[in-house]
Design a protein around this ligand. Structure first.
Ligand code: S3P
Length: 434
């Protein structure tokens, strides 16, 4: 188990490009594998989560070649996947497990999906229940992994209203819907990331989307295409917060995906007074990207708008660090989902903020944070093996005169393998100790 030791720094300068988007990388492997023809991917995230998906499809007989972030997939068509000879190990990746459950429920073979300790605790009933009503047969451990998916069942379309704002449930059902008889519709209460819908269209599949109701009809085919994966806004978010809280900063994050279903962190930081400017907006690989310039900011506490919550769902750990450096109080509610991410991100962040001397109150579905000083010496934070918790506390060092030690940072590899290198390149002072 390794740790970060983050020492104080205050001046950030430079231009960096964070790695490829995790959500898009997963989907590119899944859709490329079941397409007809050869799909070329550039900018693929070389993180453990996306690599778990890649390996799983190789284990199901798909020829996939990778040279760094360039990936070539020799698609096997809708019905060409083969039974894996061993259970599929999806590591830490909830996205792999939830999305693949939909796809694998419709195959002719049985398979078992399992993962690490954190993934084994995460709720899968949210996908098992609607998939079961489509005719899927899935065994679980009381709604948790491992999952055993029985093949050979024809699925029927479903008309489903999402009980929680979740792109993973939506995507799982759309992937199952590709194989179902009839038209599958998913209605979402709040907006969630739409990469599945966009990419299906990119592969030539008809997907309708009106007023939060997304529909597709089963039985079609996917045509291979080239995919350029843009930089992940969820990784860029750590540096957006870093740029805002550092006393002297002027940094630029290049070609970040600003898909409007993902930009909650920009809206929230701007509302707090963040000095963030987008430029050079363009379309790349069917997604909107921009360069993002961030400079030192005098942040103030806010009530985080409820509608921003699903649009910033992965960015709250770093937003809590921003709130800790703001004047006044920041209040987040309507974010119960944070409790079932890679860790209980409300409690784990609150525990870390307590250690650093930041006043906070845990709410059932959020948190109240009073901005202050990270003042406690000898702080040792437990990340609970959650990559985003580790990176968030590492950037807190910009406002802490003492070293911060963060334990259990190995899982930073799941989403942002070169985090330390990029962080130190712009002026942070983080080292990993083993
Ligand atoms: C993801 C959706 C989100 C997010 C996760 C990736 C995706 O989960 O937290 O990191 O790629 O669809 P939910 O849709 O369950 O909120």
């Amino acid at each position: 188990m390794s740790s970060f030791v983050a020492s104080h720094a205050q001046s950030l300068r430079g231009t960096i490009k964070v790695p490829g988007d995790k959500s898009i990388s997963h989907r590119s492997i899944m859709l490329g594998s079941i397409a007809n023809g050869v799909t070329q991917i550039s900018g693929f995230l070389e993180g453990e989560d996306a690599l778990s998906t890649l390996k799983a499809f190789q284990d199901m007989g798909v020829k996939i070649e990778r040279k760094g972030s360039n990936v070539t997939i020799h698609g096997v068509g809708m019905h060409g996947l083969k039974a894996p000879s061993n259970p599929l190990d999806l590591g830490n990746s909830g996205t792999s497990m939830r999305l693949m459950s939909g796809l694998l429920s419709a195959q002719s073979f049985d398979c078992k999906l399992h993962g690490d300790e954190s993934l084994s605790k995460r709720p899968m009933d949210r996908v098992i229940d609607p998939l079961s009503s489509m005719g899927a047969k899935i065994d679980s451990q009381d709604g948790k992994p491992p999952l055993i998916i029985k093949g050979g069942h024809q699925l029927n379309a479903i008309d489903y209203a999402l009980p929680v704002a979740s792109a993973q449930i939506k995507s799982c059902l759309l992937l199952a819907g590709l194989y179902a008889e009839g038209t599958t519709s998913v209605t979402e209460g709040g907006i969630t990331r739409d990469h599945t819908e966009r990419m299906l269209r990119g592969f030539g599949y008809d997907v309708e989307s009106t007023n939060g109701r997304i529909s597709l009809t089963g039985g079609g085919e996917l045509k291979a295409c080239d995919i350029e994966v843009p930089s992940d806004i969820s990784s860029a978010a750590f540096f957006m917060v870093a740029g805002c809280i550092a006393k002297d900063s002027d940094i630029t994050l290049e070609a970040v995906n600003i898909n409007p279903t993902r930009t909650g962190v920009i809206d929230i930081l701007k509302l707090m007074g963040g000095n963030i400017v987008l430029s050079n907006e363009r379309v790349s690989g069917g997604e909107l990207v921009a360069d993002i310039r961030v400079q030192s900011s005098n942040l103030k506490g806010i009530n985080i708008p409820k509608e921003s919550v699903p649009l910033a769902i992965d960015e709250f750990p770093s937003i809590f660090i921003a709130a800790s450096c703001a004047t006044g109080e920041t209040v987040l509610t309507g974010a119960r989902e944070l409790r079932v991410k890679e860790s209980d991100r409300i409690q784990v962040m609150a525990d870390g903020l307590d250690i650093l001397g930041i006043e906070n109150e845990v709410l059932e579905d959020g948190i109240r944070i009073r901005g202050g000083e990270f003042c406690k010496p000898n702080s040792v934070i437990q990340s609970h093996h959650d990559h985003r918790i580790s990176m968030s506390f590492a950037i807190a060092s910009l406002r802490c005169q003492h070293e911060i030690q963060i334990e259990g940072v190995d899982n930073v590899q799941t989403s942002f393998p070169n985090f330390i290198q990029l962080a130190n390149k712009i002026g942070l002072n983080i080292r990993e100790v083993f």
